[in-house]
Structure formats: C-alpha cells, structure tokens
Design a binder for this molecule. Structure first.
Ligand SMILES: Cc1cc2nc3c(=O)[nH]c(=O)nc-3n(C[C@H](O)[C@H](O)[C@H](O)COP(=O)(O)OP(=O)(O)OC[C@H]3O[C@@H](n4cnc5c(N)ncnc54)[C@H](O)[C@@H]3O)c2cc1C
Length: 467
C-alpha cells in the first residue's frame, strides 16, 4: 500500500487556498485528521458557542474530504496516527496562540524522531508576525504604522486552487463528531445561532461575494451602525479558517478595481479592518501574555471591583442601558455582537462597573461564535486602556449618546429589547427619562455620570503611578 501523507486540519477548515493541503496532496494519498484537543497544557479550551460552530464546520468539511476525528493532546494523537498509518510526511497550518509554538516544536521533534518529514505552512494570516518590523527591527506596538508597513509590503501571494487529492485507502480508527458532544442538549440554547449562521467554506465564500456586491459600498460610512447590514459578518468563518484572509484581500482588491474608484474608500477601510486582525496576532506573537495580563503592567494594580452580581447583570443584558442590553442579548441569542456595540458593552463593564476586563474577555470567549484568542484579547485590552495602542483611559463611552448616534431610530434596540418596543424614539436609549417608564425594563444599574467620575479617579491613580 502506498505510504500516505498526513494533513492535520486546525483553524483551516477549507479546501481552497490551503497551502498545507496543496503540498500534502501533491505527494500522493492523504490522511486528513482533526484533533479535538482539550488537553494541551496552558491552552484555552474552546467555548460553548465555538464548539457549536466547530461541529457544523467539521460536518461541512467532512462532506468534501473524509476526516479522521480523534480527541486528546494533539502531539500524543499525532504520534499514534503516525505509527498507525506509517505516514511519510506531516503537513499543517501554523497557529499563533501562545501555547501553539511549543506544541508545534514538540510535533516537529516527534516527526524528526520517527524519520517523518514535518512541514508547517502559513495561511491563517496575510503576514507572518515576524515579517513585519519597524525601522529598528522591533515589533510594532501602534496600529497605524503597522498597517502602513503591511500595505508597503506589497500584495500577498496569489491564491491556491482546490488541489486534486486522493484519500488513503488504509484503515485508521476515527471517532464520530457526535461522540464529541459539541452541541448543547439540555437546555438547547443554539436555535438562535442555527438561524443566524451556516458554517462552512461554501457559505463563507457566498457571504464574502454578497458583501462585496451589496454592502461594501456602504462600509466606510455605515460600518458603525448596528441597525444596518453593512459589515461582512466573516469573523467566525475567518477564525475557523473556512476562508483565508488572502481570499478576502484579493477579492476585495478585484471588486475595487472593477468599480473604477467608486469603492476605493470603503475597500481601503475594509482591508484596514482585516489588518486589525493581523495586528492582534502580531501583538499576541510578540507579547504572548496578552490574553491574561495587561500589556501595560501598571494596570495590574488597578482597583477593580470584583462584583459577581454586576457581572451577571451585564451578562444577562439587564443593566438598564438599552444599547448595552441589546448587544448582550444579541450575543446570547446569535453568538455575535456588532463591533460598535462590543466597544460600548465592554466599556460599560470595565469603566462603569469597574469589573476587570478579563471577566468580559472570558464571557465573550464562551459566547461568541468568532471567539478568537488574538482579536478578543487585543480588543478587550484596547477598550480597557491597558493594551498596546489602546483607547485612552479617559475615553469612556456614554451609552445613551452612543446609542443615539449609532442606532438613531432605535431599531437595533427594539429588535433585542422587546420591552422597549412601544417606547418613542426620543426615549428609546434613555427610557427612565419618560414620564412613565416601562415597568418591565430595569432602571439603570448605575448612574453613568457618577460611574464615569469614579472610573476617572481610579484610572488617574494608575496614570500617576506610570510617571
Ligand atoms: C471587546 C471586543 C471583543 C472582540 N472579540 C473579537 C473576537 O473574539 N473575535 C473576532 O474576530 N473579533 C473580535 N472583535 C473585533 C470585531 O468586533 C469583530 O471582528 C467584528 O465585529 C466582526 O464582524 P464582521 O466580520 O462583520 O467585521 P468587518 O467589519 O466586516 O471586518 C472584517 C474582518 O476584519 C476583522 N476585524 C474587524 N474589526 C476588528 C478588530 N477590531 N480587531 C480584530 N479584527 C477585526 C475581523 O476578522 C472581521 O471579520 C472584538 C471587538 C471588541 C471591541
């Protein structure tokens, strides 16, 4: 029997523009494996919403390439599969989580010991984090010069088509997806997600092309409006690698070229957002403590309020601030929240309630379908003011003004907070100001102006300590 080549699928659940699969398929028959790894030391276990997505995404991929499903520490499982299949080579896509570098080194050592060729490929990012450096050869800590350096690095490599591949005919033990119990049972909270999403490569491609045809033109001016469908909704597809950032980049460039300049402003803005994702991984690679510890160390001493009740009220979307509550309820129901509302809800937790940003980060990790170790940690630190290139500490979102500005008719709030359906638009972001506020909706849990003053006092202490 021909010796197979092993392809280890990770956050690259697609067939097109897949450097590792293309290289593996060129060698002869392939064994494609996905490992559910809840055991690698130090690794963050996937949250519940991500597990729901993973189930659907693997089921979709499995219809295109037969997958071997195994559970356990990835390095142990790969060792076993190499023995079982006597594979001559292993190919996989690089991952950038803080625990992945050591894991990949262990996998390489296992392959070296077994005399198996080990090949690591890029594809999750446009630019390897080591490839973009400032004039002194250091990593960037500020987004704008980083993004300029990315644009100056030139166009990324051309796309790779779906390779022709042959699956190995030998027997390899596999579990089934249902063995893994990735889907919730009692209670089944996933109906809202099932209505909102169709994971998988084909849907990701459709979504990209619909976005470019119908919404990109509104992106520059409308991307901050949670009441409008003007963003791509590609983040979870990107996180799971159902689409590559290169595919997004090249398709956007093509759409811009075809529009003869009409899409240039929105196209550039969209590509810059894709570069925020790259920047978060640039930071994570060079500063691997990002998910747990503040990038600015003085924030470790911040006088946080460890208030379980306040955290729970925020999680349940019952703060009494409509735009915050709408976002938190959208998140619970669909596994997603619009970027502008993420910023408002995160600011409210950190700055109005003084709850540590890590608590919000953990909640998002469990409930977002796009929960991503790079983007989530960098974004929470950005809002808290303790990250690289972070929002200044004195920038405290006013949830009423933000709501009025970005959801001017209250459509987004009314969709997710039905208690406010009948409230006139002038009060929809501040219902407590009505002569008779609706009884079914809670009063604000804190008064924003007073909470803001308290936060500024606390943040000022940190700033003094910094100098
Ligand atoms: C507190 C907080 C937590 C966040 N957690 C995550 C997370 O876990 N996973 C995640 O993918 N994004 C996260 N974001 C970033 C952003 O909110 C989402 O990427 C965006 O809302 C996804 O919607 P979209 O695909 O329609 O975005 P678009 O506006 O269409 O943007 C295109 C792509 O660019 C990337 N992108 C856009 N904005 C950002 C950003 N600020 N940082 C990093 N990448 C960005 C995403 O991959 C996105 O799909 C977070 C933001 C905040 C404020």
């Amino acid at each position: 029997m021909t010796q197979p080549t092993l392809i280890w699928f990770r956050q690259d659940l697609r067939l097109s523009d897949h450097a590792a699969l293309t290289a593996a398929a060129a060698k002869g028959p392939v064994v494609a494996v996905y490992i559910l790894d809840d055991e690698t030391p130090g690794a963050w276990k996937m949250g519940a919403a991500s597990r729901w997505w993973l189930h659907q995404s693997l089921a979709a991929l499995n219809t295109k390439i037969p997958l071997i499903f195994r559970r356990g520490r990835a390095d142990d499982v790969l060792t076993q599969i190499l023995v079982e299949t006597k594979a001559g080579a292993l190919h996989f896509t690089r991952d950038y989580a803080p625990w992945s570098g050591a894991l990949e080194q262990r996998v390489k050592a296992i392959c070296d010991k077994a005399g198996v060729a080990c090949h690591r490929h890029g594809g999750f990012l446009l630019h390897e984090p080591e490839a973009i450096r400032n004039g002194s050869g250091e990593p960037y800590k500020v987004y704008t010069p980083y993004s300029r350096a990315c644009f100056a690095a030139g166009e990324p490599r051309p796309l790779k088509p779906v390779p022709k591949f042959e699956s190995w005919s030998g027997a390899v033990a596999s579990e089934t997806l249902s063995d893994w119990k990735l889907l919730p049972t009692k209670p089944d909270w996933s109906q809202g997600m099932a209505q909102a999403w169709q994971p998988g490569e084909s849907k990701a491609q459709n979504l990209l092309h619909c976005f470019l045809d119908e919404a990109l033109q509104n992106y520059a001016d409308g991307r901050d409006r949670p009441d409008k469908p003007f963003t791509s909704k590609l983040s979870a597809h990107l996180h799971f690698g159902e689409i590559s950032p290169l595919q997004i980049w090249h398709a956007t460039r093509l759409a811009m070229a075809r529009a003869g300049g009409a899409l240039d402003r929105s196209g550039e803005k969209f590509l810059k957002e894709v570069l925020w994702r790259e920047f978060s991984y640039h930071l994570l690679h060079h500063f691997p403590h990002f998910p747990d510890q503040p990038f600015k160390p003085e924030y470790a001493d911040f006088p946080w309020a460890h208030d379980e009740e306040a955290l729970k009220t925020w999680q349940q979307g019952k703060t009494g601030y409509p735009i915050v509550d709408a976002g938190m309820r959208e998140l619970w129901h669909t596994g997603i929240m619009h970027n502008r509302v993420r910023m408002i809800a995160a600011s409210f937790l950190i700055k109005d309630l003084l709850v540590p940003w890590q608590e919000g980060e953990k909640w998002f990790w469990d409930t977002l379908v796009d929960a991503d170790i790079g983007a989530n940690s960098a974004s929470w630190q950005w809002v808290a003011g303790c990250g690289a290139d972070a929002s200044p500490y004195y920038r405290i979102f006013n949830p009423v003004l933000q709501g009025q500005k970005f959801d001017p008719n209250g459509d987004y709030v009314r969709k997710w907070v039905p208690e406010l359906n009948a409230v006139p638009t002038e009060f929809v972001h501040c219902p407590w100001q009505m002569p008779v506020p609706p009884k079914s909706y809670p009063k604000p849990m804190v008064e924003h102006a007073a909470a803001r003053d308290k936060a500024l006092e606390a943040f000022k202490k940190i700033k003094k300590a910094e100098h």
